[in-house]
Design a protein around this ligand. Structure first.
Ligand SMILES: [Zn+2]
Length: 178
């Protein structure tokens, strides 16, 4: 269950009680109860679980999600185990609760993939540059309200995306019919 605290416009969400720094590695520790796993890279070190913070800035909020990785205590090689990957996806999805009307990068990716579009094609459909569209997916930027509303409409109604694709002279496959 996420722990959250709100103060003014800033809202931090931590999904664990780790005292997180704003960036970079927060801590690395080995769990005694966990089976030790040898590093594949240097073959001498042992992997320990490490947390790091990924930050997002939707609607002028600051949302920090603590994510997990394994790091070698000898060579520093990092690796995300499949259980950590699954947990990270769960934590990232849970940040939606802090977003309000703002869409997550994953929402753009899901819409694009549902219609089997590439990033350049999706940029063309929305009438923005590839660079700008990529920033939406990475959440380096959030679109203006009109673009966001258009995307929301396209998420709810596939025919809206078909309409936009037609306008952009883009033929969509029939794969998205479902
Ligand atoms: Zn190593």
């Amino acid at each position: 269950m996420p722990l959250s605290s709100a103060s003014g416009r800033q809202r931090l969400i931590f999904f664990t009680s780790y005292a997180a720094q704003s960036r970079g590695w927060v801590y690395a520790e080995r769990h005694d109860e966990a089976p030790t796993m040898k590093c594949r890279q240097c073959k001498s070190g042992v992997l320990g679980e490490a947390a790091y913070v990924r930050e997002f800035y939707p609607g002028r909020l600051r949302v920090a999600v603590v994510l997990l990785q394994s790091v070698c205590d000898s060579c520093g090689h990092t690796r995300t185990l499949s259980a950590q990957h699954d947990e990270n996806l769960r934590r990232l999805a849970a940040r939606k609760s802090a977003y309000g009307d703002v869409l997550m990068g994953e929402d753009y990716i899901a819409l694009r993939k549902r219609h089997s579009l590439t990033r350049p094609q999706m940029a063309r459909v929305l009438g923005v540059s590839i660079r700008t569209y990529t920033r939406y997916e990475n959440e380096d930027a959030y679109p203006v309200k009109s673009t966001r509303l258009l995307i929301e409409l396209a998420i709810g109604k596939p025919e809206v995306l078909h309409f936009l694709a037609d306008k952009a002279d883009l033929a969509l496959g029939l794969r998205e019919e479902c």
